[in-house]
Design a protein around this ligand. Sequence first.
Ligand code: ADP
Ligand code: MG
Length: 337
Amino acid sequence: ESLINRIAAGEIIHRPANALKELLENALDAGATTIKISVKDGGLKLLQIVDNGSGIRKADLPLLAARFCTSKLSTFSDLSKIQTYGFRGEALASISHVAHLSVVTKTREESCAWKASYSDGVLAPSKPGATEEPKPTAGNDGTTITVEDLFYNTPLRLRALKSPSDEYSRILDVVQRYAIHNPTVSFLCKKAGSNTADVTTPSSGTVKSAIKTIYGPSVAKELLEAKAEAGKKDDFEWEAEVWFTSANYHVKKPTFLLFINHRSVDSVRVRRAVEAVYNGILPKGTFGFIYLSLVIDPSKVDVNVHPTKREVHFLEEERITEHVADAMQTVLAANDQ
Ligand code: ADP
Ligand code: MG
């Protein structure tokens, strides 16, 4: 039984970066304005995320890592309305099946923090002989999630991974994306024990300033902005914000950051459509930098995508992306005058 759970969990959490993405989204959903991440061995030894969000009530701790346990929808009929998508209530449960998971959390109302550890979906003693009950401890408002020894019990999953440094760069990529998309949240990501941060952003930025902090001035000085939104012919609401480089910037490696309803996702079709604005403008084989945030009526986004498939679909995909590409083209042309 636990083997089946482990295999299922490995389908959802298949590498450290994707555990981290889930934990980051939880911290952001909890309203955090400061998020600090420390990583050891590419996230395989340690992945720790400290947020100053709402915290978790003590009463909610026993079921925290139970499968399908989520505070983000009350009934299944809400599923099409929630702003988030993907399978709900599976992240912490999955992590608890393939790693040592512990939580220290404090809500504003509670006078002390509570610490709990989990194994296979349920509360577990933090060390042999200890009680499994949550224990009072000192702690700030917010939540610290500690994931240790990821995939210690799934050697096949472990063997499929790249080197720790490769896994760490994937982690940095996730943090950078979310830091750009959430410029009023301060992010810090470093290797555990190191004094130097590999990502650090202030809590008072804009998308543009965060791009500058992370990708540097050569990208930032060529950034153009385009906006688009649903018109009269559309029968549902959507809006797009794009930050992209002008014809003066071109590199061999494309950077495409796509957010749909505030989740970092992939869509080959959307990427191809917006990258095509550079056809005939940039030298062959070179690319620009594109950040695209789409907010779409959530009932029009496919919520049933499996969490490992970051590929997302939505209604009127082709028409919406064409509209976005047109807006970019107009800005590019005006910039060229
Ligand atoms: P989901 O996010 O889909 O609800 P998760 O397994 O990611 O499922 O998290 C389960 C629940 O744990 C969340 O619904 C939320 O109530 C709580 N939770 C997890 N992380 C945090 C956090 N950092 N701050 C506050 N609550 C959290
Ligand atoms: Mg979650």
